[in-house]
Design a protein around this ligand. Structure first.
Ligand code: GLN
Length: 196
């Protein structure tokens, strides 16, 4: 992977460190993003899992809504779990103000509470090849409906859990908790490099 790539991870709260480890493991420069200035020169962005109500609040408090919203409409962006919620068109919780870049209607916490977190092996269609991924669902968001521009790459229990629209990839689960770099690599090659 090109060492010239710089990919940011939104670091206002949530599970940003493990994404940075994954990027470093692939030889990509990772950068913690906490202000609009930090976004300058980035080739791509990951919005990590965490708590979307808090994340949405902090985005406004740090005056990052405008620059993040613009970045999400131009460059390769990947939202995992709470990050997926931030990319959605609509959420079933009006405290969260999403960027509206993926045409999905999302219900927060619909796979159950923290104690109901679980791992599942899912099969994803990545560039026409079926790849097995170990997915961690931690108070994960459920997609209730999606528009015709959304491409679904993996489902769990008949609901989409990995999908994209244009330059934005989203997963309702975490993959950064174990050592599998498949999805990070897929994001870099198919979103960051393509929309650079
Ligand atoms: N339930 C969280 C939310 O609504 C997301 C959980 C996660 O990111 N693991 O923001």
């Amino acid at each position: 992977m090109s060492s010239k790539l710089v990919v940011g991870v939104l670091a206002l709260q949530g599970d940003f460190e493990r994404h940075l480890f994954r990027l470093n493991a692939l030889g990509v420069g990772g950068r913690e993003i906490r202000s609009c200035e930090d976004i300058e020169g980035l080739d791509g962005l990951i919005i990590p899992g965490g708590e979307s109500t808090t994340m949405s609040l902090l985005i406004d408090r740090f005056e990052m809504r405008g620059c993040l919203s613009q970045f999400c409409r131009q460059k390769g962006v990947w939202g995992t779990c709470a990050g997926m919620i931030m990319l959605a068109r609509e959420i079933d919780d009006e405290r969260v103000k999403p960027f509206g870049v993926i045409d999905i209607f999302v219900s927060r916490n619909s796979y159950g509470r923290q104690v109901h977190s679980f791992f599942a092996d899912i099969e994803a269609n990545l560039n026409g090849q079926i790849k097995r991924l170990k997915a961690s669902f931690i108070r994960a968001p459920l997609i209730l409906n999606y528009g015709s521009n959304v491409i679904v790459l993996a489902e769990y229990n008949h609901s989409p859990v990995l999908l994209y629209q244009n330059n934005c990839l989203a997963s309702s689960f975490h993959t950064e908790l174990d050592d599998d770099l498949t999805l990070t690599k897929y994001f870099l090659e198919n979103f960051v490099l393509v929309y650079k």
